[in-house]
Design a protein around this ligand. Structure first.
Ligand code: GH3
Ligand code: MG
Ligand code: MG
Length: 414
């Protein structure tokens, strides 16, 4: 649930813009023009329905942030929108337990709000573990992180932190206090870094007071960032966000670099990486199939390149569904490769025969036109051959399948 966003705003124009942004983020806006109306709407709902609220600080029936107090009391993460940023207003806003505030004068706010809404939605699945340091300091951070919808965990000692981390795969960020277990924070950070890469787990080191030498040690031991207290709430949250966003960007880049742009299947490079890292121990039963579509050039020439692309995508999804959990790649053009470890040659052969028959029997529909597609397959099995060796042998068998008339499997086991 948590799909609704309560928008309390008396300016029709702002209400319209914010509601549009909420919808764009895949969420449902629920507008109210005043505090009174918001109360009425809310009485028919439960707080759990709301991802957050976007609330004008000043409204005709709530001139001093009373609407903000209302949503916070109702346990709805609250984003405040203010008309101006004079110091008194800013201080009054920041005294409250809000997620963030936006100033209308700033033209970037709607872009920022858009990102913030998406962030709050994503944060529901991201775990943050706060480890060590004084209890009050931990409690403050836990409160701030909860407001941003993170799944928050707390550990007093190093062993508690370790247990929590191992049992909670959602944890992507750790806040490690220098004072953890008699000043072991930096040492623990170095240990964590040996087990988790920066892309898998972000670490922010926490220091009481300014210590540039310790700050450097934290970073050298593998922390992504360091936060020195006393800190401003805004700085804390911005650093948390930046580190999470960086991790997500790297993940995104990695996903794009590993996938073939057209079909989304792993590419050749990623296929090699997977097999050489996960299946390097030989001897083991292993088969490799090279699959090449027959007369594919003819499909392009007759029906156009878009039809060819559609065929490649359909073949890729058929392969993914039939060979789920097995390394699979688009090797280039209309050629695909499958690695089948730990099954017998007969089993591998039978699976590929099924694919061949399914493809030949099911025309691919493009623009209401059924296209007949077949494939030729070279399948080679060996318990000892390297990946390169398997590919080279499968390639020879593929050539044989083509020469024998296409739409068939040529297999050999050594
Ligand atoms: P054979 O049965 O001998 O394999 O014949 P073929 O026509 O399939 O083989 P050939 O190697 O002559 O042609 C492959 C064609 O695949 C040529 C190329 O334009 C086309 N192709 C390669 N990549 C793509 C792509 O991403 N999209 C489309 N639509 N066509 C592609
Ligand atoms: Mg080819
Ligand atoms: Mg071909």
């Amino acid at each position: 649930m948590q799909r609704k966003v309560l928008v309390i705003e008396n300016s029709q124009q702002s209400l319209h813009i914010v509601s549009k942004l909420v919808r764009k983020a895949g969420l449902i806006p629920e507008g109210a023009g005043s505090l009174t109306e918001a109360r009425a709407r809310f009485s028919a709902s439960v707080p759990e329905d709301y991802l957050c609220a976007v609330v004008a600080y000043s409204l005709p029936d709530a001139p001093h942030g009373e609407a903000t107090d209302f949503t916070i009391k109702a346990f709805i993460p609250t984003i405040v929108v203010a008309d101006n940023a004079d110091t008194d207003t800013r201080n009054a806003i920041l005294q409250r337990n809000i997620v963030d505030y936006l100033i209308k004068e700033n033209h970037q706010i709607y872009d920022y709000l858009s990102r913030l809404l998406a962030r709050l939605d994503k944060n529901k699945h991201i775990g943050v573990l706060v480890a060590g340091g004084p209890r009050a300091g931990r409690a403050e951070m836990v409160g701030l992180l909860r407001r941003h919808n993170f799944l928050v965990y707390e550990a007093k000692t190093l062993s508690q932190a370790q247990t929590q981390l191992v049992s909670t795969p959602s944890v992507r960020l750790m806040l490690v206090n220098y004072a953890l277990d008699a000043d072991q924070g930096i040492h623990y950070t170095a240990e964590l870094r040996r087990a988790y890469s920066k892309e898998d787990l972000a670490i922010i080191g926490l220091l009481e007071g300014r210590h540039s030498d310790l700050s450097a040690s934290f970073l050298k031991s593998g922390a992504n960032d360091v936060l020195q207290s006393p800190y401003a709430q805004e700085e804390f949250l911005v650093r948390v966000m930046q580190n999470i966003e960086l991790m997500e960007s790297v993940e995104n880049i990695r996903r794009l670099a590993n996938a073939d742009y057209l079909t989304g299947l792993p590419n050749r490079r990623h296929f090699f990486y997977t097999i050489t890292t996960q299946y390097s121990v030989l001897p083991r039963p292993q088969s490799l199939a090279l699959i090449d579509l027959d007369h594919f050039k003819h499909i392009n020439d007759t029906y156009g390149h878009d039809a060819g692309d559609a065929v490649l995508k359909t073949v890729a999804s058929l392969l993914s569904s039939l060979f789920d959990g097995t390394p699979l790649a688009r090797f280039g053009g209309e050629e695909f490769c499958i690695y089948l470890p730990d099954i017998t040659t007969t089993q591998a052969s039978s699976l590929l025969q099924q694919f061949c028959a399914r493809l030949a029997d099911t025309p691919i529909v493009f623009n209401d036109q059924p296209l007949s597609v077949t494939a030729s397959i070279g399948l080679f099995s060996s318990t000892t051959k390297s990946l390169e060796g398997l590919i080279s042998e499968a390639d020879k068998l593929l050539y044989q399948a083509k020469a024998n008339g296409r739409n068939q499997l040529c297999a050999f086991a050594e």
